[in-house]
Design a binder for this molecule. Structure first.
Ligand code: G6Q
Length: 562
């Protein structure tokens, strides 16, 4: 971390204050020195979880932290009763307090066969009923039994949804690409910008296309607009009667599904205790199951379940989600890093950072505690990322030499589904080298000596040295996955879900609501009719009123000229 930044003030509790003192004591220490002082550092700090493919490993040792740091962070977890919060989650307690409901996504992948009650009612029979319905439907579609209105089998599935009803399934379908089947493609349309829909429809044949309208509420403006456009496209080609064979719904709102014109026999339900961004494990994952098959979808659930069992039972010191969360608290809240990069070294995980943007920033981008008071610490950092090695040729410059500290998670996959020539060793070498370079850095003297050794004249080498120096000591965590399978992907997603929950408990905030998305929606509803009206826009600030006028004028010119 750049050393010239002032550390944030921390709350006045014993655990936070102990961490503040520890932080000050560690301030002059470099992570590399910690390795030099303790040859057993990696073994002491790295955590693993067994999988069929080999160990799933979390290595936090390249963060400026010691075993004592973790002990103090665990004391903080005890101070906020994290153990009780984890228990509450698995007991189906209404931990989403502002909406008075459970956040019970763990039930969706609870494969033990045992009951899992929430509010005294075992939810598993309902969960299994929907899973059975999905299994039957997937088998009918993939087996060519479910046919379109003209008797042809489905070749393309289009998920129409947005936010939590899009990002998870889209990310997983891409991640599990190697498990997909020739002849059945999944597409995702989310943006209300017609360009998104049109680009997808252009490639499709209505006779062989199945639309899944995925919306928990079935009132989401963007999704309903897109669904109507898709419906019009289909009806134009095949007639009204075709809708029944080409549209299914995933929702909790049967009345609105019926109103849209989808027979609720073809609706796959879920429950209010499934939050949008935690819903890919539910019927919201129908597009996943169709794209990669039911066995693969169940494999994903198994991976999530394995991480759940670990999370609820492992002591904090050995607990991967807890450790990942504590590293984030240390780097962000305690050392003051405002950003966080997630860098998957696997092209299949290209959408993982986008998925995490929602998971982390919508869950924990909050400024008010559960008690309605201002949060006294920093909460969710700005999260961004791109797959390596592409990111290296883009924004890594800032990670290495910028003035803002950016702790990073390197998600590294050892064995590829495409072991072609030496692509994979090259990818892996880059991943490991980046983590090493970020920590090690290079002094100006080293840079100068290197240039001199290559024959550069002394004055030029001296002048260039500050530009070619790297401060180093930039924190990173490596998550090493043996191979990206349904199970290990499920583990990875659940790892981050639980990380987010742990952090929310430490910050005292609700990870499961998203009131911050409401205001913009309300104002958009007010502006929409104004864009097509002649009346002067009312009740807006000067900028918004002028922009409304200008947009009207520009669009008027456009239609006049069309
Ligand atoms: C996720 C959010 C949000 C939601 C979308 C779509 O946690 O709640 O992203 O998923 O707004 O909502 P619907 O599924 O109701 O259309």
């Amino acid at each position: 971390m750049p050393q010239n930044r002032a550390f944030p003030e921390l709350p006045d509790s014993p655990a936070w204050q102990a961490l503040a003192r520890h932080r000050d004591a560690l301030a002059g220490t470099r992570t590399l020195d910690l390795f030099a002082a303790d040859p057993g550092r990696f073994d002491a700090l790295a955590l693993t979880l067994d999988t069929d493919e080999g160990p799933f490993l979390l290595d936090p040792s390249k963060n400026r932290m010691t075993a004592e740091t973790f002990d103090l962070l665990c004391a903080l977890a005890d101070e906020v009763n994290l153990a009780g919060a984890i228990q509450a989650m698995f007991a189906g307690v209404a931990i989403n307090e502002t909406e008075n409901r459970a956040a019970f996504h763990v039930a969706l992948r609870h494969l033990s066969g045992k009951p899992l009650p929430s509010g005294g009612v075992d939810v598993m029979p309902e969960v299994r009923k929907v899973l059975d319905k999905i299994t039957g439907f997937v088998s009918a579609v993939r087996g060519g039994v479910w046919l379109g209105a003209t008797g042809r089998a489905v070749t393309d599935v289009v998920n129409i949804g947005i936010g939590g009803s899009d990002l998870g399934p889209a990310m997983v379908v891409e991640a599990l690409g190697p498990y997909g089947r020739e002849g059945l493609s999944a597409h995702f349309v989310s943006n209300v910008d017609a360009t998104h829909m049109m680009r997808v429809l252009k490639r499709l044949d209505p006779e062989t296309t199945l639309f899944i309208v995925t919306s928990k509420t079935f009132t989401t403006q963007e999704t309903l607009r897109n669904a109507r456009t898709a419906r019009e496209w289909l009806v134009k080609a095949l007639g009204e009667a075709a809708v029944a064979k080409h549209f299914v719904a995933v929702s909790t709102n049967a009345a609105e599904v019926a109103k849209f014109g989808i027979d609720t026999v073809n609706m796959f339900g879920f429950w209010d205790w499934v939050g949008g961004r935690y819903s890919l494990w539910s019927a919201v994952g129908l597009s996943i199951a169709l794209a990669v098959g039911m066995d693969t979808f169940v494999g994903l659930l198994k991976g999530g379940f394995a991480m759940d069992e670990h999370f609820r039972s492992a002591p904090f010191a050995d607990n991967l989600p807890v450790a990942l969360a504590l590293v984030g608290i240390w780097n962000g809240t305690i050392l003051g890093a405002p950003c966080h990069a997630v860098l998957p070294y696997d092209q299949s995980l290209a959408r993982f950072p986008a998925f995490l943007q929602q998971l982390e920033m919508e869950s924990n981008g909050k400024g008010v505690t559960l008690a309605g008071l201002p949060v006294p610490t920093a909460t969710a950092p700005v999260l961004f990322g791109e797959p390596g090695t592409n990111g290296q040729h883009s924004f890594y410059q800032m990670l290495h030499q910028g003035t803002l500290p950016v702790p990073a998670d390197f998600v590294v996959v050892a064995r590829s589904h495409h072991e072609v020539a030496d692509h994979q060793p090259m990818l892996l070498a880059n991943a490991l080298a980046q983590t090493e370079a970020l920590m090690r850095g290079r002094t100006a003297a080293e840079a100068e000596a290197e240039m001199r050794a290559k024959g550069m004249d002394a004055a030029k080498a001296k002048a260039l040295a500050p530009h070619r120096a790297f401060p180093g000591d930039r924190p990173s965590t490596t998550i090493l996955i043996p191979r990206l399978t349904p199970e290990t992907l499920g583990m990875l997603i659940a790892l981050y879900e639980h990380k987010v929950y742990v952090q929310s408990v430490i910050w005292g905030i609700n990870a499961f609501d998203q009131w911050g998305v409401e205001l913009g929606k309300t104002l958009a509803s007010a502006i929409l009719p104004e864009l097509t009206s002649d009346a002067p826009p009312e009740g807006h600030d000067g900028s918004t009123a002028a922009l409304i006028d200008l947009v009207r004028a520009l669009r008027g010119e456009e239609s006049a000229g069309a």
